[in-house]
Design a protein around this ligand. Structure first.
Ligand code: ADP
Ligand code: MG
Length: 276
């Protein structure tokens, strides 16, 4: 690892956007791998019944594997389901299996239905620098569990038409959870994904997002890259699949920015760090 500053407490980042296909899972796994390669200890919690994050990390998640479903619904300790990610030291994953598709309904009748993930994380004793939670494309009880467990929301935004559509609903949900269940919840990070600098549209969307959200938007954006989209079918992140690719370098840079922001160092537009 490169020796970036480590957070004093575990930073729990909820990767959310109720739109599908905006890069939540891709961002979760590649950012997590980047942080681990920078020397951090990182846990990915796969909270999407599709289990795409588990697949992308090369983690076994067939129906019999102990999974985050057992944690949420059966109160199994998180330590019973966490698996080390092959090939990336310091990276771990709590996989999702297809069971999780029923959890949204099953949780409704359980006590403390909104805070079951939070409790499981609080009882987990392994030291971690970051927990990244990959949310499903909806704002139901699974996403609420993530928002109660974490302090930071990371929103990936795809540089496309209608990029900002639906964000109002997401932000209102963040406000509701903050008001009723988790006073420390806030949107800390916005990441522009699938950015194609050659198109006017992408730069217009980026400008719009930056003027709307300001400082929360990372200076680093993630380019559209075939290597990024190929990696999951090999059960790998782009960081091990093609370490020198632009996709790899951009996620490493985004991870660096996130780690530095955690200790109060921001980048200016020229990409040089400035104190804040
Ligand atoms: P979500 O989790 O929000 O549904 P995904 O991370 O699964 O979105 O991404 C949706 C699709 O876009 C996937 O096929 C993924 O491989 C692809 N993708 C994501 N980010 C990039 C990128 N930077 N360049 C190219 N393809 C990408
Ligand atoms: Mg996903």
């Amino acid at each position: 690892g490169e020796g970036l500053p480590r957070p004093e407490q575990t930073r729990i980042m909820v990767v959310a956007n109720q739109k599908g296909g905006v890069g939540k899972t891709t961002t979760t796994v590649n950012l997590a791998a980047s942080l681990a390669l920078h020397g951090a200890r990182v846990l990915v919690i796969d909270l999407d019944p599709q289990g795409n994050a588990s697949t992308a990390l090369g983690i076994d998640h067939h129906a019999d594997v102990p999974s985050i479903y057992d944690v949420l619904v059966e109160s199994k300790p998180l330590s019973d389901v966490v698996q080390p990610v092959p090939d990336v030291e310091g990276l771990f994953c709590a996989p999702a299996t297809i069971d999780l598709a029923g959890a949204e309904i099953e949780l409704v009748s359980l006590v403390a239905r909104e805070s079951r993930l939070q409790r499981a994380i609080q009882a987990y004793e392994q030291p971690l620098d970051y927990i990244l939670i990959d949310c499903p494309p909806s704002l139901g009880l699974l996403t609420v569990n993530a928002m109660v467990a974490g302090a930071e929301v990371l929103i990936p935004i795809q540089c496309e038409y209608y990029a900002l559509e639906g964000l109002g609903q997401l932000l209102r949900n963040v406000d509701l959870v903050r008001g009723h269940l988790n006073p420390s919840l806030h949107v800390s990070t916005i990441l522009l994904t699938m950015y194609d600098g050659r198109t006017r549209l992408a730069s217009q969307v980026a400008e719009e997002v930056r003027s709307h959200f300001g400082d929360e938007v990372l200076r680093t954006s993630i380019p559209r890259s075939v290597r990024i989209s190929e990696a999951p079918s090999y059960g790998q992140t782009v960081l091990t699949y093609d370490p020198g690719s632009s996709g790899s370098l951009s996620y490493l840079e985004a991870a660096r920015e996130i780690a530095l922001r955690g200790v109060g160092i921001h980048y200016d537009a020229q990409h040089t760090p400035t104190g804040s």
